[in-house]
Design a protein around this ligand. Structure first.
Ligand code: SF4
Length: 323
C-alpha cells in the first residue's frame, strides 16, 4: 500500500506542486499550502496503525497580551508568552507527525516581539500552512511587507459594521477598514465574526464587506460565555439558522464546531474527530483540546507528541469514569 501512496504522491506533486499528505480514518488527505487545495482519497480505509499521529490543525496562542478589551474575549488574562525556539521545536515535531497547518493567535499575535521571525521560520523550516488571526489594528505597511511570503492564510475579526463594531471592539471602524485593506495585500484571507444579539443583524453587511475586499471565507463564531457576556441564546441561534439557509453570497461560509449543530455543514472528514482533528497550545505551553477546555497537559521538555499522548490518556480515563 505504501508503494501505491508513494506513486500517487509523486503523480499529484508533479501535477500540482509539492503537496503534503496525512493518513487518517477517512483515507489519505493531500494538501497544498500554497493554493489551499485539498484532495482526499477516500476509496479505502487505512488501518489505524498507519494513521498520522498529529492533529490535522493546531492553534498556538503566542501571547496572552492584547491591546483591546472585548467583552466576549476568552483569552486568559495572566501574562504569558511563548519563546520562538520553543514554538519552532513543537512545530517541527507536529510537521513530521502529519499536521497540515498551524494557526497563530493569542491574545493578539502581532504583539509578540518575535512574531515575524516565528512566521518566517514556521514557513521556511516546516511544510505547515501558516495562518494567524488578528484584530487588524496593528497591520502597518512594514509589518505586512515583512510577513509577505510567510503567511498562507490570515483571519481578521469583524464583529459588525460601523457603530456596532466600535461598541464590540472599542476601536474605530475606519481603522479596521485600513486593517482589512492591509490583510488583503498580505495573503488570501477570511473574516471572523462573533455572533451575538448585536452582530446577528449585520451579517448581510459583513458578508458584503467580505466580498468587496476579496475575502475567501466568512467564519461564523457563535458567542461563548465569558465573565462579561452570555453564550449566544436560542433566539439568535434561530436567526443564524435562517440567515445561513437564505445566504446566497459568493464568500464561502464556515462555522466553529461549537454552535454548528442544526446547520447544514459539509464535513469531508467526519471520522477524524477530537484530538485527531484539532488541538490548541496556550501561551503557557499547555496542550488542550480547545482554547475553552479546562483540561490540559504541560508540554515541558518531553515535547508536543508526548503531551498529546498524555492528554489522550487523561481524557480516556475521564470518559471511562463518566460512563
Ligand atoms: S482582540 Fe481578540 S484577544 Fe484581544 S481582547 Fe479582543 S477578543 Fe481578546
Amino acid at each position: 500500500m505504501m508503494l501505491i501512496l508513494l506513486l500517487l504522491w509523486i503523480l499529484i506533486s508533479g501535477e500540482l506542486g509539492v503537496m503534503k499528505f496525512r493518513i487518517g480514518p477517512n483515507g489519505v488527505h493531500f494538501f497544498d499550502r500554497n493554493t489551499g487545495l485539498n484532495v482526499l482519497l477516500d476509496e479505502f480505509c487505512p488501518h489505524q496503525t498507519v494513521w498520522s499521529k498529529s492533529p490535522r490543525q493546531v492553534s498556538v496562542a503566542l501571547t496572552n497580551l492584547c491591546d483591546l478589551h472585548c467583552a466576549h474575549c476568552f483569552a486568559p488574562k495572566h501574562k504569558a508568552l511563548l519563546h520562538a525556539d520553543q514554538v519552532l521545536t513543537w512545530l517541527k515535531e507536529l510537521d513530521t507527525e502529519g499536521c497540515l497547518g498551524i494557526g497563530f493567535g493569542g491574545g493578539e499575535p502581532t504583539l509578540h516581539p518575535d512574531f515575524v521571525d516565528i512566521c518566517k521560520r514556521a514557513a521556511g523550516e516546516t511544510h505547515l500552512a501558516v495562518t494567524f488571526t488578528t484584530h487588524g489594528h496593528r497591520l502597518t505597511q512594514p509589518l505586512v511587507k515583512n510577513l509577505k511570503g510567510s503567511i498562507h492564510f490570515a483571519r481578521i475579526s469583524v464583529d459588525g459594521i460601523g457603530h456596532t463594531y466600535e461598541e464590540q471592539r472599542g476601536r474605530q471602524f475606519s481603522s479596521l477598514l485600513r486593517g482589512i485593506e492591509s490583510i488583503a495585500k498580505l495573503s488570501p484571507f477570511g473574516i471572523n465574526i462573533v455572533i451575538n444579539e448585536r452582530t446577528i443583524f449585520e451579517l448581510d453587511a459583513v458578508a458584503e464587506l467580505a466580498q468587496q475586499f476579496g475575502a475567501s471565507e466568512l467564519l461564523l463564531l457563535p458567542q461563548q460565555a465569558t465573565n462579561a457576556v452570555a453564550s449566544m441564546d436560542e433566539l439568535v441561534g434561530r436567526e443564524l439558522q435562517n440567515w445561513v439557509s437564505n445566504y446566497r453570497g459568493k464568500v464561502r461560509l464556515a462555522i466553529s464546531e461549537v454552535g454548528a449543530s442544526g446547520l447544514p455543514i459539509c464535513d469531508p472528514l467526519p471520522n477524524e474527530t477530537g484530538l485527531q482533528a484539532y488541538a490548541h497550545i496556550d501561551a503557557s505551553g499547555i496542550l488542550r483540546t480547545s482554547s475553552y477546555s479546562t483540561t490540559g497537559m504541560d508540554i515541558e521538555e518531553t515535547g508536543v507528541m508526548s503531551a498529546l499522548k498524555r492528554l489522550r490518556n487523561t481524557l480516556e480515563i475521564k470518559q471511562g469514569t463518566q460512563t
